[in-house]
Design a protein around this ligand. Sequence first.
Ligand code: SF4
Length: 61
Amino acid sequence: MKAKVDPDTCIGCQLCTQTCPQVFKMEEDKAVVYVNIVPVGAEACCKQATDECPVTAITIA
Ligand code: SF4
């Protein structure tokens, strides 16, 4: 599974970095995905972060 944050949409609320720090981190005022492949153990929190992003900036595939 891969995840991506659209930097034009992200409002930097930090929710995803709190929900799933294994995948997301803040870089300046935007969240970024810092892993190439989402670790198996982090797939659930990554999906949760995707569902909970207030501006739907995260996509997973
Ligand atoms: S939850 Fe969405 S808006 Fe908030 S920091 Fe993460 S990607 Fe950006």
